[in-house]
Design a binder for this molecule. Structure first.
Ligand code: KPL
Length: 322
């Protein structure tokens, strides 16, 4: 039974691109969530509840998998179903940024070339690296401030309401603005952003300021409000703003610093993703967060000594753990 209020969409690439989003009421979307971690699981549940055909593509080998949102009844999904891939209108890629290439390579052969690929992860630069594999598809980038946590393999907790921004990475995706409405209907609020890279840069600055420091200090985000960290945070943000400006993006140092401080307060009780990766001896996202910044800084001849020092400290931790 389809929930009341469900919005249905045609894949616009299967017929008229311009008017597709107006022709509602006929077909729900086929969606595969590639990498159902905390954020992926949250989207899988909400998209399924909104009436779409959602299946998962995760690490587990069994053909079905269930996810439970907080203490609600578990929801069953197909898992690793190649037919679901070949029928997919949208693949939502929510693996960690350093897993993108490994995750995409085996599935791409199964997808229709009109299938949209939406990448939602911390960090930048991963899609540029694999673009040659996906260029025939509409490619979208997304960034979200929803908080999610997986207390166990089949459970997800929604730890903080947030917003999601979506935008086109390539020309073929310029016509996919309707996807923001689809996602907004499932888990608001979702906005289409014509300049998604600007939004991703802003998130990158927040991550450059919070993630390495909390990983090194092994502290909650809120602890970074202490006086002892202010000079480092200010320098991190200032270097980021210089790189952003040189890279052609808008960046005001004070505004960025205010945003970082707001996130530190708003997520004060959180353990950042890098804190957790360091704590559990996992590969961190540093190469695509501070590492991306350093890469752009090198190309643009901008000095970033404080970010470089934080990068080295996290890399040293990664090496000593592996
Ligand atoms: O995105 C985050 C992360 O932990 O990766 C922040 C914004 C720092 C929230 O914890």
């Amino acid at each position: 039974m389809v929930p009341i209020g469900t919005i249905f969409y045609f894949n616009p690439f299967h017929f008229s691109l311009c008017f597709a989003h107006r022709i509602l009421g006929t077909k729900s979307m086929n969606i595969v969530v590639l990498g159902p971690g905390a954020i992926g699981s949250l989207w899988a549940i909400h998209l399924k509840k909104a009436g779409h055909n959602v299946s998962l593509w995760g690490n587990k080998t069994q053909s079905t998998d269930s996810i439970q949102l907080e203490d609600k009844p578990p929801i069953l999904f197909d898992n690793r179903n190649t037919q679901a891939l070949s029928q997919a209108d949208l693949v939502l890629v929510t693996v960690k940024v350093w897993q993108v290439e490994h995750a995409i390579k085996p599935i791409i052969q199964h997808l229709d070339s009109d299938c949209m690929l939406m990448f939602m992860h911390n960090g930048m630069g991963a899609v540029d690296r694999i673009y040659h594999l996906v260029e025939q598809h509409p490619v979208l980038l997304a960034t979200t401030t929803h908080g999610a946590f997986r207390p166990s393999a089949n459970r997800v907790n929604h730890t903080g309401l947030g917003q999601t921004q979506v935008g086109a990475f390539n020309d073929k995706a310029q016509q996919c603005e309707f996807i923001a409405d689809v996602l907004n209907h499932a888990q608001p609020e979702v906005f289409w952003n014509q300049n998604i890279k600007q939004a991703l840069w802003q998130k990158l600055v927040v991550n450059c300021a919070i993630n390495p420091l909390t990983g090194i200090e092994q502290c909650q985000n809120g602890q970074l409000a202490n006086q002892e960290y202010q000079t480092t945070i200010e320098k991190v943000v200032s270097e980021c703003a210089d790189v952003m400006n040189a890279d052609g993006f808008k960046a005001d140092k004070q505004t960025l610093l205010d945003t970082v401080r707001k996130v530190i307060v708003a997520t004060g009780k959180n353990y950042s993703s890098m804190y957790q990766d360091v704590f559990y001896n996992r590969t961190t996202e540093i190469d695509f967060i501070t590492g991306y910044l350093l890469e752009r800084a090198k190309c643009l001849h901008i000095a970033t000594p404080v970010n470089a020092e934080l990068y080295q400290q996290i890399k040293a931790k990664e090496l000593s753990e592996n």
